[in-house]
Design a protein. Structure first.
Length: 268
């Protein structure tokens, strides 16, 4: 069983908490330390963003994080190196590489899969890879026991949602907002109606991302889903404290501890 499968099995009725950051933002040195701090704050799995020059699904907050990382000359190879360093102290927390197809195509699917597995990755979210075009990459990833996670959107039809769920592994990621990351306030009623549809289509956990900002929004979504993903709220705190790594870790840890407590209260 993969680390993701093991983690979700261990959670049982507990809600999963995933955190997103961009590798190398605001500098290369803080990333691994922040990953460990996230785990210490109750995060169950980490999405490590691969810097890219045209992150089309992202709003301004995360776009700027990609720009900062690229200004630090952070490459896909650097992401692997950070993950190797993280694994020196943490062999159990799942890490998902999240990014765009272009750097992967440049590296080559098989080489990417080999290096991802060797570095200690557990899965991929490739934002601009539609499942209809994913067979070749999916095959390479499966050979190395790596999950490929696809996205569901508010506008996804039932027919397409069933296809996406059938092709996903690890978990299914529901993007709860129309538009880019950080674009709007989450609509809990809309999430409820979508969850009732999507959860009936897959035996995999269904997690919700986009719009999770604090303990209150996490608890609202957590009542409906198997877990939540926090991204823009973390990256925003990192930007506000960019000159002080200790403050980054303190601020982000405090937010994630708040969200962890709110999710745990649901099971209490």
């Amino acid at each position: 069983m993969s680390r993701l499968g093991t983690k979700f099995a261990a959670l049982k009725d507990k809600k999963a908490l995933l955190a997103y950051l961009v590798a190398g933002d605001p500098n290369k040195e803080v990333t691994v330390d922040l990953m460990h701090a996230l785990v210490a704050s109750g995060v169950d799995a980490i999405e490590l963003g691969v810097p890219f020059s045209d992150p089309e699904a992202e709003g301004p907050v995360i776009q700027l994080a990609h720009e900062r990382a690229l200004a630090n000359q952070v490459s896909l190879a650097d992401c692997f190196n950070m993950l190797v360093k993280f694994r020196e102290r943490d062999e159990h927390t799942p890490v998902i590489l999240m990014g765009y197809l272009n750097p992967i195509e440049s590296m080559g699917y098989e080489v990417f899969a080999e290096r991802s597995a060797a570095a200690g990755a557990d899965g991929m979210i490739i934002v601009n890879l539609p499942p209809e075009e994913a067979a070749e990459l999916s095959g390479s990833l499966k050979q190395h026991d790596l999950d490929l996670i696809f996205l569901l959107a508010p506008t996804t039809t039932d027919t397409r949602a069933e296809m996406i769920c059938s092709k996903s592994s690890g978990f299914v990621y529901y993007v709860s907002l129309k538009g880019t990351t950080g674009a709007a306030t989450i609509d809990i009623d809309d999430v409820a109606s979508k969850m009732s549809r999507f959860r009936s289509m897959s035996t995999l956990p269904v997690l919700v991302g986009f719009g999770i900002r604090d303990g209150e929004t996490a608890a609202g979504v957590g009542q409906l889903a198997d877990g939540v993903v926090v991204g823009s709220a973390i990256v925003d705190l990192m930007a506000k404290n960019a000159s002080d790594p200790a403050k980054i870790i303190s601020a982000v840890s405090s937010l994630m501890a708040e969200i962890r407590l709110a999710l745990d209260d649901l099971a209490g």
